[in-house]
Design a protein around this ligand. Structure first.
Ligand SMILES: Cc1cc2nc3c(=O)[nH]c(=O)nc-3n(C[C@H](O)[C@H](O)[C@H](O)COP(=O)(O)O)c2cc1C
Length: 177
């Protein structure tokens, strides 16, 4: 059976939660990206990476790009936790921007919904920009959609559920066995 490693980058814990559920289901280890060594990658056949969306970028993407010489002969699975819904264009754009075409072509990507609770000071300040933009857009457009976006941006939400990992786990099991 092929050896699987789960590696993740998290700030508030939702990506870590998904990584832990995935590693429990697949009976393998889950390591934070900053603890993953070249040896860990060399020893496995399937690598499952988890990152979160932050200001339009996939955090952790550079780890995959920098280690591509080691990864390209392996099965590479990516999942993300995000505020945008998994099917949204913003996530497709972040995926396209985050990886060059030859890397993208080899990655199987599973976007998953994330969670947002209490933010640190830096993130509260960062959220002011899109929130102000959304309120200005609502002032101009005066439609229900703009109102909804302005009122919900930066508000707490939690869409992290164990069942969200099922398609990814099935995919890894089909590769592994
Ligand atoms: C300052 C800030 C910026 C964010 N930017 C984005 C974004 O550009 N796109 C998105 O879909 N989600 C965005 N999010 C939502 C996070 O991706 C989401 O909360 C995720 O679950 C966080 O992962 P973590 O709990 O592993 O840190 C942002 C959250 C914060 C606090």
């Amino acid at each position: 059976m092929k050896k699987v490693l789960v590696a993740f980058k998290t700030k508030y814990g939702s990506t870590k939660q998904y990584a832990e559920w995935i590693s429990e289901e697949l009976n393998c280890s889950a390591l934070p990206l900053d603890q993953v060594k070249s040896e860990d990658i060399k020893q496995c056949d399937v690598v499952v990476f988890g990152g979160y969306l932050y200001a339009g970028k996939i955090m952790g993407a550079e780890f995959i790009n920098n280690n591509w010489p080691l990864l390209q002969g392996k099965e590479v699975i990516l999942f993300t936790a995000s505020g945008s819904p998994p099917e949204s264009q913003g996530l497709k754009d972040a995926f396209n921007k985050g990886f060059p075409e030859p890397v993208r072509a080899k990655i199987r990507y599973f976007p998953m919904p994330g969670r947002m609770g209490k933010l640190d000071l830096k993130d509260n300040i960062l959220m002011l920009f899109p929130r102000t933009g959304a309120y200005l857009s609502w002032l101009v457009k005066r439609d229900e959609r703009s109102k909804f976006i302005a009122e919900s941006l930066g508000k707490p939400f939690d869409h992290v559920k164990k069942e969200n990992i099922e398609p990814l786990v099935r995919e890894v099991e089909s590769i592994r066995n």
